[in-house]
Design a protein around this ligand. Structure first.
Ligand SMILES: [Zn+2]
Length: 127
């Protein structure tokens, strides 16, 4: 594998992880909670999420979409948000190359994150 494909794969992974962070932000920002603390945990049983739970998309599949201890459904929106983030990065890299694709990909993911978090905030204020 060449250095370019290695870097591309790494950047797509970064996109997926940013997707995880977007989920966290969309969950906490509308509630006025900190996005830094506490560590990610299940809203129902309080179980602190492990490495497996935090794997973008794969964690959802491995846990069959449910919390490992209380079986509360996580919701299909979470892996979808992560997949779109990874896809934004992948599309930018495929279209523009490693550079400036990486920058464009990060910008796309940032816009996506703002959109998702903004929507979640609006939804909550309407409830
Ligand atoms: Zn739980």
């Amino acid at each position: 594998m060449g250095i370019t494909s290695f870097l591309s794969a790494y950047l797509v992974l970064v996109g997926l992880m940013l997707g995880s962070f977007i989920n966290l932000a969309a969950d906490r920002v509308p509630r006025g909670e900190s996005i830094v603390r506490p560590r990610s945990h299940c809203r129902s049983c309080g179980r602190v999420l492990t490495f497996v739970d935090l794997l973008p998309v794969a964690g959802y599949i491995l846990r069959a979409g449910r919390c490992a201890s209380c079986r509360t459904p996580i919701g299909a929106a979470a892996p979808a948000v992560e997949a779109v983030s990874g896809a934004c990065m992948l599309a930018a890299l495929a279209w523009l190359g490693l550079w400036p694709g990486a920058m464009a990909g990060l910008a796309l993911v940032a816009l996506w994150g703002l959109g998702v978090t903004g929507l979640a905030t609006r939804r909550r204020s309407e409830l």
